[in-house]
Design a protein around this ligand. Structure first.
Ligand code: ADP
Ligand code: GLC
Length: 485
């Protein structure tokens, strides 16, 4: 147990160095950023002090120009790396400024021409620095736990395992097993990994290297972002080649559901506010949203707010939306991604003017108007480690219609004769993830929406369902405590 340090008048249970490639409000491509940005505050309430180490991407450098340099390595994989310390939005941040790796155009992983070819080195460097700070401490600040997120931080537990952990325990969280951080075996030395660890029980992965596998085999504990995904990951349909590795660690794997930031996602705080006891504002938000997009929808107005990729089952929409529209429904899509799927969404809008509209792009403010004004949110994912938008839907009384996989299965209580009779349903679940089952769920949605009493009951159930971070933060805190006990 960490000694009796005291922060903000509260006894401190321990210190955590969190390592990731994304963090709200600084840099985001998906839910990973939301989670990494929300955990520190949630854990602070449980007595854990967390610092977040991120790469100083070009977009972040200017804001950190005056931050003190707290750590330096002259040859960090081909150039100088310096760590700058500062605070943003209450987060205690460490930015790894290594211009040869991160000061370039485009997003965290790619630019207009594709993935950065040196991604393996870029994120190995982040992991290397994380491991060194964890092992050696930083100006007297030494963590008890190194918490690595996804493949980008996967080598951090490996560097601790192979170069000495200095008493620090490590946790790796899998947010999405589809991204595995592959590199050729010839890079072993360049990545500062020991040749003797290149065997199937350790670093070797189908003849090459995977930073995610490296983290999975070397971390003291493995978590993923929902209990169902934790179980799914041990099966070939979901494990994407790593099912055996995860299964071999089954005794040290747990699924901890994500929460959502309820101060950001709150219908009471929207420009047109409403609450579970007063839904008039939601009707106004719906009318405004329909006017904004030129829609007239007699039945339920459904939304999709998503990356437009295969994972998200977006390709199923063209097969199911025509019947939904015929039955009175409407659809609004906000997202970007695969050009073919963007085209398919535009095609639906062209096919059903006044009922379907599409906004290609990323727009946080618009997403809030979508959740406020819509009746339902569709999440037909083929796999979904946790998923956040179904939880926004619950909080906003915008009933989630979800594929029964991963975190979607764990957060939504699907309407069935039994759950309706018990009065506990919060949305709709369907399985298998195909157009037939999805279409049946949408037809059930039309029926439920037409029954105002049942619909209002479902909305109230949804809005009362807890989606904040309290329970999950306690689960992480308990895990950290067990590891350092
Ligand atoms: P994933 O991380 O797999 O993309 P999640 O549901 O965990 O899925 O998180 C996605 C996050 O990104 C949510 O906060 C969602 O609201 C947001 N998001 C996705 N696409 C858009 C978009 N086009 N505009 C605004 N927010 C978006
Ligand atoms: C990944 C997953 C998503 C999850 C998010 C945050 O992006 O695809 O399901 O909610 O990480 O953990």
């Amino acid at each position: 147990m960490a000694g009796a340090r005291v922060i903000h008048g509260q006894k401190q249970r321990g210190r955590v160095l969190s390592v990731a490639s994304e963090c709200v409000p600084l840099i985001k491509t998906g839910g990973l950023a939301d989670v990494v940005g929300a955990l520190p505050e949630a854990l602070a309430k449980a007595g854990w002090e967390m610092r977040v180490l991120l790469p100083a991407y070009r977009s972040l450098r200017a804001g950190a120009a005056n931050w003190p340099v707290v750590w330096e390595e002259h040859d960090l994989f081909g150039g100088t790396g310096r760590v700058l310390a500062g605070e943003v939005a209450g987060l205690s941040l460490l930015l790894l400024d290594a211009p040869h790796l991160y000061d370039r155009d485009g997003g965290p992983y790619s630019n207009a021409t594709g993935d950065h070819p040196d991604n393996a080195i870029r994120f190995a460097a982040l992991s290397w620095v994380a491991a060194r700070i964890a092992r050696e401490g930083l100006d007297g600040w030494k963590p008890d736990i190194l918490h690595a997120h996804d493949w980008q931080a996967g080598f951090a537990p490996a560097y601790l395992a192979y170069q000495g952990a200095g008493g620090v325990k490590s946790v790796i969280t899998v947010h999405n097993i589809a991204f595995q951080g592959w590199a050729p075996a010839s890079m072993l030395g360049t990545l500062r990994l020991p040749a003797e660890a290149f065997h199937p029980g350790a670093l070797e992965y189908y003849g090459g290297l995977s930073s995610l596998k490296a983290g999975l085999v070397t971390a003291d504990w493995v978590t993923t972002v929902s209990p169902t995904y934790a179980a799914e990951l041990m099966r070939p349909e979901f494990g994407m080649g790593l099912q055996g590795v995860i299964a071999s660690r089954a005794a040290q794997v747990s699924g901890i559901l994500n929460g959502v930031d309820t101060s950001v996602w709150s219908p009471e705080a929207e420009p047109v506010p409403y609450s579970v006891t007063s839904l008039a504002g939601k009707a106004k938000a719906r009318a405004d949203l329909c006017a904004e997009f030129g829609l007239e929808v007699p039945g339920p107005l459904a939304i999709v707010v998503s990356r437009l990729t295969d994972q998200k089952g977006i390709d199923l929409l063209p097969a199911v939306i025509p019947d939904f529209v015929l039955g009175g429904g409407g659809l609004l899509v906000l997202g970007s991604g695969d050009p073919a799927l963007e085209g398919a969404m535009r095609g639906l809008a062209a096919q059903f003017p006044g009922r379907v509209a599409v906004r290609i792009g990323y727009d946080e403010a618009l997403s809030h108007r979508f959740f406020s004004g819509a009746d339902a949110v569709l999440v037909p994912s083929r796999f979904e480690p946790c998923g956040l938008t179904q939880m926004y839907g619950l909080r906003y009384g915008t009933l989630p219609v979800v594929a029964s996989v991963g975190g979607l299965a764990d957060t939504v209580i699907g309407a069935s004769p039994a759950t309706l009779m018990a009065g506990v349903a919060t949305g709709l679940q369907f399985h298998p993830v195909d157009a037939l089952a999805f279409g049946q769920a949408l037809s059930q949605l039309l029926t439920l929406h037409a029954d105002t009493t049942t619909w209002t009951r479902l909305q109230a159930n949804a809005m009362r369902h807890p989606v904040g971070w309290e329970t999950s933060a306690k689960a992480y805190a308990d895990l950290y405590e067990r590891l350092i006990a």
